[in-house]
Design a protein around this ligand. Sequence first.
Ligand SMILES: [Zn+2]
Length: 725
Amino acid sequence: MMDRRLFLKTAAAAVPAARVAGSLALGATGEIAAATGASPAATADLPWQKTLRRIGQTNFTEHDPAVFDIEGWADYWASLKVGAVYISITGILAFYPSKVPFHRHGKYLNGRDFSGELNEAAKKRGLRTVARYSPDLNWGDALAAHPDWFMRDEQGRPLPYSEAPELFSTCMFSEYMTDYFPAVMREVNSRYDMDAHYTNGWPSFTLPVCYCNQCRLLPKAGTPAYWDKFNERFVSLWKLYDSIAKDKKATSFYMNNMGGGVHATPNLAQLGEFCQWFQGDNQGRNRGDAPVWGATQQGRVCNAVLDGKMATNITGAYTTGPVRWRQVTKGPAESSIWTSQALASGMIPYYHVVGGEKGLGEDLRWEKIGRDYFSWTARHDAHWVNKNTIANIGVVMGQRTQLFYQPPRNITMQQYTDATYSALLEGRFLFDYVHEDRMQLDRIKKYAALILPNTALLSDEQCRQLRDYVDQGGSLLATFETSMYNERNERRADFGLADVFGIHAAGPVIGRSGNANPYMARIERQHPILDGFTDTHWIAGAEFRLPLKPIENPVLTVVPGYTAYPPELSYPPVSQTDEPAVVLRERGASRLAYFPGDIEATMWLSGHTDLSRLLQNTIRWVAGSSAPVSVEGKGLVEVFAWETQPGFAVHVLNYTNPNAHRGWIREFYPIGAQQVKFKLPAGRRVTRVELLRAERDIPFHATGDSIEFTIPSVSDYEVAALYSA
Ligand SMILES: [Zn+2]
């Protein structure tokens, strides 16, 4: 089952015919020609949004109707060959003379139809338009007239918005969402021809905690039972808004503000079934210690649930991060690596600026950054039409674990995710994310191995799916509390996957006190997962572990933690035990590895290279020699391989940079030669290899079913496009 050729063939066959149709020729708007009538045969069956290659947004402020240069705006975005722009409608402030009660007109509107003028200017240039709304906040007069529209704290008080306390948070379970907001959408339908409708600000990136009269009837906030109700409401509102969009025209649809990567609030597997455009509001690194790969992580999440439907990721042109200036442009290197990540991970790049004081703004540095990047992507549009990822490893993204599991320390689940991601990048593995609700055998059998990074919450059914996968020859790597909880976040007496790994819990989680040494792992015998460990019997363990019952012939055993200070007492009172620090099994073709320690989180906190090496070795051992593409060379890079419309593509993002783990990237440091080996599916051959960033062809040679070539250097990003017959 793990035959790579079979996988490529199967994956290609699964792509709907509409998405593999014809060649692409760009119209003046940046849309594929069929959308503008030039080559109808090529893309006639594609939904219009799938023909877009770039998106631009100026996010309008209340002041803009007094100062904004509409023609300059439309000219700028059209010249960047974006296919669509966003038109502000809102819900907080109307940008047109709305008659919907409580849709307050902006103070500078003066009766003007600003939304209509923008829409006309965009349409005149052949751009698609998306109506932008914000249903998340409204004013005191609405609160006074409709107190039930608003969220409440435990004492029943409304929740003023911290930065603008004259605005109050609306409740998604209230009639605000079913009366007021649909009225605004219908008014827009009656006035304008727009191609889609989009809400910002809802749903929120954390699950709501509200004590209004409706929400008091719901299960306790922050529980899986609440999440069920949240998802029910989310789906029903989405469908309501989508039906209103379609009342105007059949090709229209509704979408909303998503993002949050693995940590999103709605059930993403469910969303993937009806979502037509996933809008990744993930505009830049959001924390001081955020690593650089935030946008690719979002792309992998989209690939896991959308089955090739439209996904965009926003690059905020302005300052993003823990301290923000909405009207000061971000450094160009940070901006471009973020946009490159969107592209590499299969999303449509989307560039976003806020407001246009004195025409298009006072800080206009963003104009050149957007123009330079989008002019480049526009020269290579055919290569951004991906069919499917090429990867031999799946990483299970446990959305319930992300939302409900409490790690045994003050670490976030995002840090577990980043830690695993970091080891996968260091090892240059090709991997996809796999949503926990999409582990049916047909979906996951293409992977040689699945990784379960502390995927604590797994239902009996999900455990059964993993068991079936292993029975069919699939391999697993899991850590720490994986499968110790069911999907309701109830702790099991033993692992749900106990039989699969041959493990049994022997007691509660053991941590360390204060500054004490965490446990170490004693090498009991040699094994491929220990490659590179020489001159030592001990290697780093982890801060926390779930003790296991002894097994036969262990590879690593636990040396329990002990005093770090004073050094006189810093020696292990018990230096050898029979408690396993890893459990490895081979069953037929499948390889199984389980670490009782939270080794990835400890690696992330300590930076210890033992743990990174151990993880990479173990991933390599479980995945075997199935890697369809390898990229060898120096440097920290992220690699994607795609089957594309013209053939294949290998994307290499260069993160070899002092600012890879803390923003921003100031400049790029080119890395040297990268040797690529690419196994081709049966019956395919390559006729040409072009480097899209360097914009030149390079030599390659075929050996058996593979081709090999060398990318001489990578500055920020390189894409090797393989033209295939
Ligand atoms: Zn409420």
